[in-house]
Ligand binder design. Structure first.
Ligand code: GUN
Ligand code: ZN
Length: 458
């Protein structure tokens, strides 16, 4: 859904929740949490301009929406997700390298077709918004048309989106490989076309060290040198077999992460997915360079990749954000991602608070991406990217919610039991880009009509 309201002044009444700092990995404390129950959020010309207590009505020239009893938070930020992998979500039975060969590469090959790429980009951006995600760092495919399609779809929805052509010049099938010079020409053209346009930014995107030659990694590093302000995104140390393969391909490197370091790819705008099989020297390098790990717990559990050591990252003062990593991850929902992060940490003996999880998916990610002046907070001057949620959906969750004794208990139950079905509405730059309909999750309602087709065939 695109479009929205022409009224430039809009007020939403709900329980406002955001963060003024990092609540930390330890036990839930209220220190950095800003909870303003029953308040109006005031939005003008797409930006947040203020907050009022609920009893104080904004005035006649405001378009007022009463969402009393609901939770209003900043739009969620997914720092690593593949727009071209919706077709392979929930594919059975393999670990990373086999999963890439068997499912993922064939699906991505289809994005050479511009019509397919456009249709998938529309479906993907709509799906992000229908899950409460208003900003994302995204892998499309190696094909320039998939990048154009994604930027165009995000631009029409007013979204903050960071993406760039995937670089792969080896160890990938026909139809998915580029070469150094062709890739460089395409990247330059895409940067010129999209970087800095509205809320879009370009990411230099070597898929992972196995699928780029050293020459291509060097070209990626040169692009970062040439153009200030570009993001770099890739994968690192996700799976043991992958790590062993990288060690064979780059015997001179100290570690998998060091391969990227040697090619000039680590800086404060680098987003590296996974980072499970790192050591202390790697974590120190991440902290020094300002690069962040996009922790992808759903994917790590689904592909059996391993249990991310968040505590060691925190000890090293290295940045961590949260990511769905769909299609390795099995849901675009950042609530499910947070719940899976809790489970992964529980298996390591660490208890992740709901405050820390939600901070990581909002202000924490915004800071790690150097975008906290724009997103991640309910603060005057920030863009009005906000989401409104039911605290509970369904009788079991409602019963649990009614028994919650404090804010953390309530938010934790929301995060563990909730998902996109709790989402009521998503605003991007003050415009409604998603609104739940009563039949959104009904058996006969899918956007492509597939349930109806199945029913007709039965
Ligand atoms: N490593 C290289 N490519 C991929 C990918 O598409 N998904 C995941 N999870 N890991 C990768
Ligand atoms: Zn990924």
């Amino acid at each position: 859904m695109s479009g929205g309201q022409p009224n430039p002044r809009r007020a939403l009444r709900a329980d406002l929740l955001d963060f003024t700092g990092d609540p930390g990995l330890g036990a839930p404390g209220l220190g950095a949490v800003r909870h303003r129950p029953d308040h109006w959020l005031l939005i003008e010309h797409g930006r947040i301009v203020g907050v009022l207590p609920g009893a104080q009505l904004p005035g006649p020239d405001w378009l007022c929406e009463d969402q009393r009893g609901r939770l209003l938070i900043p739009g969620l930020i997914d720092t690593h997700v593949h727009s071209v992998q919706l077709d392979v979500i929930a594919s059975y039975g393999s670990e990373l390298l086999d999963w890439l060969e068997r499912y993922t590469f064939p699906a991505e090959t289809r994005h050479a077709d511009a019509a397919h790429a456009r249709a998938q980009a529309e479906a993907f951006t709509d799906a992000l918004l229908a899950h409460g995600t208003t900003a994302a760092v995204v892998f499309p495919s190696v094909h320039a048309v998939s990048v154009d399609a994604l930027f165009d779809a995000a631009r029409r929805r007013g979204m903050r989106l960071v993406t760039g052509k995937v670089l792969m010049d080896r160890h990938a099938p026909d139809g998915l490989r580029d070469d150094v010079s062709q890739a460089e020409v395409q990247c330059e053209a895409l940067i010129a076309r999209w970087h800095g346009i509205d809320r879009l930014a370009y990411a230099v995107t070597p898929r992972f060290a196995a699928t780029s030659t050293p020459e291509q990694l060097a070209m990626a590093g040169a692009l970062l040198q040439r153009h200030a302000g570009l993001t770099m995104q890739t994968h690192v140390a996700e799976n043991r077999a992958e790590v062993a393969w990288i060690a064979k391909l780059f015997p001179q490197a100290r570690s998998y992460l060091d391969v990227y370091h040697r090619h000039g790819l680590l800086n404060e705008r680098a987003v590296l997915a996974h980072g499970i099989w790192l050591d202390d020297a790697d974590r120190a390098l991440l902290a020094d360079s300002g690069a962040q790990i996009a922790h992808s717990p759903s994917s790590n559990l689904f592909l059996g990749s391993g249990l991310f050591d968040w505590q060691a990252m925190a000890d090293a003062e290295a940045a961590v954000s949260l990511a769905s990593d769909v299609g390795g991850g099995t849901s675009l929902s950042m609530l499910r991602t947070m719940a899976d992060a809790y489970r992964v940490q529980a298996l390591r003996g660490v208890r992740l608070s709901a405050f820390k999880a939600l901070h990581t998916a909002t202000l924490g990610a915004a800071q790690a991406l150097h975008l906290d002046h724009e997103i991640g907070r309910l603060e005057p001057g920030c863009m009005a990217d906000v989401t409104v949620w039911d605290w509970a959906a369904g009788p079991v969750a409602r019963g649990r919610d009614a028994l919650a004794r404090d804010l953390h208990e309530r938010l934790f139950a929301w995060m563990m039991l909730g998902d996109e079905r709790n989402l009521v509405t998503t605003l991007v730059a003050g415009r409604t880009q998603y609104k739940r309909r009563n039949d959104d999750y009904g058996a006969s309602e899918t956007t492509d009509g597939s349930n109806q087709r199945r029913a007709a065939a039965a």
